[in-house]
Design a protein around this ligand. Sequence first.
Ligand code: NAD
Length: 418
Amino acid sequence: MKSRIPGFYKLSAEERLKLVGEEAELSDEETERLGGTGLTVEQADRMIENVIGTIEVPLGVATNFLINGVDRLVPMATEEPSVVAASSNAARLARRLGGFTVEVSEPVMIGQIQVCNISDAGAAKKAVLEHKSEIIRVANEQDPVLVKFGGGAKDIEARVIDTLQGEMLIVHLLVDCRDAMGANAVNTMAEAAAPMIEELTGGRVFLRIISNLAVHRTARAEAIFSKDDIGPDAVEGVLNAYAFAASDPYRCATHNKGIMNGVSAVVLATGNDTRAIEAGAHTFAAYPEGYKPLTRYWKNDVGDLVGAIELPVAVGLIGGATAVHPVAKACVKILGVKTASELGGILAAVGLAQNFAALYALSTEGIQRGHMRLHARNIAVMAGAPTELVDKVAQQLADEKKVRLDRAREILEELRKD
Ligand code: NAD
C-alpha cells in the first residue's frame, strides 16, 4: 500500500474512495458500505437499546503515514474540520526523515477486585499473593479461547488503599487480551475470581471491573521533523508550546485534547470505545501524579525537532463494534492491521502527528487561518447555500476574513441575485 498520494485532497469523495478501495483491495460491498449505506438500522438495533436510527459522522482518510517503515492510509471519523488535513500534513513532514517509529507493549489490561471489610489488610494481601496461581487458574477457566491465542490472566498485584470508607484491598488481575480490547473478558474473569478472593481474605468483594488506566498496555511513537523543512523558528515555537503545556494545566488540557482529536477519530473509525481511550489517556497523563502532556519534544544534535508520545492503547480488532459494524470492518482493512497492537502503534503515531501539527500551526501563523477556511464551508451550509454554491460562499467568507453567518447569508443573497 502507498500512503503518499499528492493531491488526494483535490479529488472528489467518489474518486478518493475508488483510490483507497484499490489500495486496500476492498470488495465491492465494502466500498458500497463506505460510500453509502453504512450501518443499517437493523444492524444498529442489534448493537444498542431503543434504537430509532443512526447518525452519520464524516469519514476521512489521512495520507502520508509511514510507520515502522510501512505506508498506512489512516481512516479518521470526526466532525471537526482540519483534523485529517493536519494529520496528513504532519505525516508528510515526518516521513522525510523516516516517518514514525513505534513500539507497543504486550496487550495487558487490569481487572480490579475491590475487597472491603477486612480486619488485617496486610495478612489479606499476603494471602492473595500466596495464592496467585490458583486465582489465575480460575480466571483462565472463563476464557479458553483467549488462552488458546496466547492470552489470559498472567499475574496478580495487590494494594492496600485508604479510602473514605476505611482501608480496602485492591487486587489487580493482569490479563493479556491479545486482539481484544478486553473489557468483557476481564470483567468475566474478575467476577469469577472474586469468591476465591473473599475466601482467602475474609473480606467482602464489591466491584469487579476493568480499569481504563491501562498502564501495562501502552504505545510509544517518535518522529523527527527537520529544521530545514519547518524552519528554526518553528522548532523553537514548538519547544515553547510544549514547555507551556508541561507547566500549565489550562494549556495542558487543550494540548492533550488536540492529541485525542486524532487518536479518537481513528478509534471511532475502527469501531473501538472512544470513552475507554479518552479516559485512559487523560488518567495516564496525570499518572503517577500531576497532569502532564502526553507528548514530549526536544532538539537533537543537529537542531532538528524530535517528538515523542506514550499513551494507553486499549483497542481491539475482535469483539465490540469493531466486529459487527460494516464500516468499522472496512476501516480496519484500509489500515491493513492484523493485530490490536499494530492498531495501538498507529494511534500513537496519529496522536503525535496531530499534536505536532497543532503546535506547529499555533506557534507560527496560528490555527485560525487554516481552520477558518474549512469552517467557512460549514457556515455556508448553515446559511442555506445549495451544494453548488457552498465552495463559492466559503471562498468569499475566507477571502474577506469574515467567517460569519450574517455575512454568509448576504453573500448567498448576492450570488442568487446574480
Ligand atoms: P468481546 O468479549 O466481544 O470479545 C473478546 C473475546 O473474543 C475474548 O474474550 C476471546 O474469547 C475471543 N477471541 C477470539 N479471538 C481472539 C483474539 N485473537 N484475541 C483476543 N480475544 C479473542 O470483546 P472485549 O474486547 O472483551 O470487550 C470490548 C467491549 O467491552 C467494548 O465494546 C467496550 O465498549 C465494552 N466495555 C468497556 C468497558 C470499559 O472500558 N470500562 C466496560 C464494559 C464493557
